[in-house]
Design a protein around this ligand. Structure first.
Ligand SMILES: [Cu+2]
Length: 158
């Protein structure tokens, strides 16, 4: 019986080794935050750095949050001398690269809050990829000055 058990065990081990990296999330989300907005604001923004640790490009095709009617991915584009926000149907994170969603560029647009959202709260935003993976990311609601302070501290540590 023993050799069979060992065979099965090694088979299981091999199986888990194969399944491990394939099922792990390839996207890494860092520094996710949302600037606090006045209570009557119809939209809020979301910023985050997304790194693709895999060896294949990953396309984010949707984002959603229970606290908002809709979440869109926007980019800032100059048209006719004016900066406009253009909705992106997909956001591709190239293999091994980091894409930054930040002020003045790519950002999340959180539309029509379903409740009052205050500083210090966390918004759970879920990103869906074209491959069917979903990544739930906590976005911290902060004032802009808080975020700048945090950024300074962060840089001092490195
Ligand atoms: Cu926008």
């Amino acid at each position: 019986m023993l050799p069979i058990r060992q065979l099965m065990l090694s088979g299981l081990l091999a199986g888990s080794l194969v399944a491990g990296p394939a099922s792990a999330q390839t996207l890494e989300f860092e520094g996710a935050w949302s600037p606090e907005a006045p209570p009557t604001a119809p939209v809020m923004a979301g910023y985050v750095e997304i790194t693709n640790n895999g060896d294949k490009d990953v396309a984010i095709t949707a984002a959603r949050c229970d606290d908002f009617n809709k979440v869109e991915i926007h980019d800032m584009v100059e048209r006719d001398g004016m900066m406009r926000m253009i909705q992106q149907e997909r956001l591709t994170i190239p293999a091994g690269e980091t894409v930054k969603l930040e002020k003045g560029g790519l950002h999340l647009m959180l539309m029509k809050p379903r409740r009052a959202i205050k500083q210090g709260e966390t918004l759970d935003i879920t990103f869906e990829t074209a491959a069917g993976e979903s990544n739930k990311v906590p976005f911290e609601v902060k004032t802009r000055s808080e975020q700048e302070m945090h950024h300074d501290n962060h840089q001092r540590h490195h």
